[in-house]
Design a protein around this ligand. Sequence first.
Ligand SMILES: Cc1cc2nc3c(=O)[nH]c(=O)nc-3n(C[C@H](O)[C@H](O)[C@H](O)COP(=O)(O)OP(=O)(O)OC[C@H]3O[C@@H](n4cnc5c(N)ncnc54)[C@H](O)[C@@H]3O)c2cc1C
Length: 432
Amino acid sequence: MHEKFDTIVVGAGPAGNAAAYTLAKAGLSVLQIERGETPGSKNVQGAILYADALERIIPDFRDDAPLERYLIEQRGWLLDDEAYVGGNYRAEAFNRPPYNRYTIVRAQFDKWFSKKVQDAGGLVICETTVRELIFDGDRVAGVLTDREGGAIYADLVILADGVNSTLARKAGFHPELKPKDVALAVKETLFLAPEIIEPRFNVKGDEGVAIEMVGKITKGMIGTGFLYTNKESLTIGVGCMLSDFAAQKIPPYVMLEEMKAHPAIRPLLEGAEVKEYVAHLIPEGGYDAIPKLYGNGWMIAGDSAGLVNAVHREGSNLAMTSGRLAAETAIDLHAAGQPFSAANLAGYKQRLDDSFVMKDLKKYRRLPAALHRSPHFFTLYPELITLAAHQWVKVDGVDKKSKEREVRRAFAGRRGWLGMMGDAFRLWRAFE
Ligand SMILES: Cc1cc2nc3c(=O)[nH]c(=O)nc-3n(C[C@H](O)[C@H](O)[C@H](O)COP(=O)(O)OP(=O)(O)OC[C@H]3O[C@@H](n4cnc5c(N)ncnc54)[C@H](O)[C@@H]3O)c2cc1C
């Protein structure tokens, strides 16, 4: 007799943990398999946690989850080589519980979430890699792990194995990920004492700040940078499309070093000590790059399903929501005595379509193409907008009308009115 579970979940990131916890709590037998030494040990995120998605799974998560700072202020910067134009949103509404967004350290957070899975009755095994799926005809019947006698069977397998799922590719569910649909992000964690972080970022206690950046830091490539405050550290990172890195041949760590040296960023990092450097892929192909999400005996969730909203830097919440919805689909079928057939698991796609996950991804479906067509958003416009800001702020005896004329001339001369109208139209359509 071989071992058999109701469900096997591959991966112990946010998607896998959300699925395994929801299933185990509902009483289904769950085996969760993670290749890392501990859950989260290999996982990379900025990392902002969006409370809402987790609250729907573990309503009282704030009681014991390892949270760093709750975010009370969002800064957005458009950077030129030596300047930036920015906007801040700081609200007392974000400074009252229940807090809406937190910074977290994934290694600690994933371990905490995994303990919840185990407390709910799920069996979690780490340091075990799923090599491939086991088929019975066209139905997924289990997984083959790298352990001795490593075949394990289940009525349903949920793939939550992260970006570029090798399992889905090997099984023929997904095509190879295209470099234009995936970003490569690098991130550093830098130790800095809270007594320095707090006055430097204008926060106190557990308050925190997130800074999102776009502009010349990515050297004309499609991408963004970020800087977040943790309790005793800062995280800084930058990510661009893999296709752009390949074409421009700029090593990502060089881009990060240059970003850290930017005159607007360097003072914020002063005295901070690098603790960790990591690189990871992010699926950013958007709605049109989402692969098939279910079939006979399987569903796929989180990054492995390409569910990332790059515009809003949301990934972990889409991962947790998709993991939860996959689990709820399975729970309802199990309760009704229905098999996990492709026809029945179509309910998972329907739930995703009805949720913010697909609605948001659909809203921005034109954005990747618009950005590929107009790289000026990352080069020329930051330059022109900082020029306009400079003229606005500088007092030098030149009259204001002449300054306006100079700015208008710069915009028209560098991009042309038709070019700008085209860019504005494409951007409007992409955000419509
Ligand atoms: C630099 C960076 C910054 C980011 N910032 C944010 C942010 O601030 N906020 C946000 O919401 N999102 C952010 N994201 C995105 C977010 O990290 C992902 O969307 C999220 O981690 C996806 O969760 P997941 O569970 O689908 O995949 P993952 O977190 O990648 O988890 C997959 C798990 O599966 C395991 N695994 C893989 N293959 C196998 C196998 N064959 N057998 C066993 N185990 C396997 C892996 O070890 C891993 O633990 C960021 C991403 C990056 C790279």
